[in-house]
Design a protein around this ligand. Sequence first.
Ligand SMILES: [Zn+2]
Length: 240
Amino acid sequence: MRKVITFMGVASLSLVLMLSGCGTKALPTSAGQQSSPVYQRTEVITSPDAAKKLLDDGNARFTSGKTLNKDFSSTRRMDLEKNGQHPFAIIVSCSDSRVPPELLYDEALGDLFVIRVAGNVITPVELGSVEYAVEHLKTPLVVVLGHEGCGAVTAAVQGGEIPGSISSIVEKIKPAIDTAKASGKTGNDLIEKSIDLNVQNAIQDLLKSPIVKHAVDTKEAKVLGAKYDLDTGVAQWYTE
Ligand SMILES: [Zn+2]
């Protein structure tokens, strides 16, 4: 169940952030006054479920138009350089400019480890990036984020001549299309079904990695799929 945060003012915002495990601080303005509270995650997230809730909360803020004030100051950048990164989620998403993970999940510097590739496919290069974050950064949640109306999947469904290296992406998407066609889907339903199955295939590709599978088996990490709706802005989980 998605929790929708409503902000009634500074006091309730601070309370919400405390409850959700986020810290806030007010940065002084140039005039020496206090600006609005600034979101800043202060603790390391190690639970997959806690990471999932943070994404749910962030997407709810995004869709309600009540995104948090982020700290992009030099102080925050230096803090992240000094203390290193501890992203709580790895997001494998499409390169589509309408699907930026940090924005649609309303997260800040250091929060998300993002791998973007057209069609959110997993090749050895993407897999290596995920393995790095799982193994070395101990990031507890991996999300493959597909999206409605994906151009890469649509192109693969429509077929025809594919120029340049785009064919390497199309080849990765084809198995999902074959399965979707076998289920009798046509037209836009075929595209959307192929998008869904393409996410599931990417998840299976991730789970073939001994590093990822070990983290999942020991419950240190979860691998989940989600689909982003372009107009509502909702990132909906596929059933676990
Ligand atoms: Zn796409």
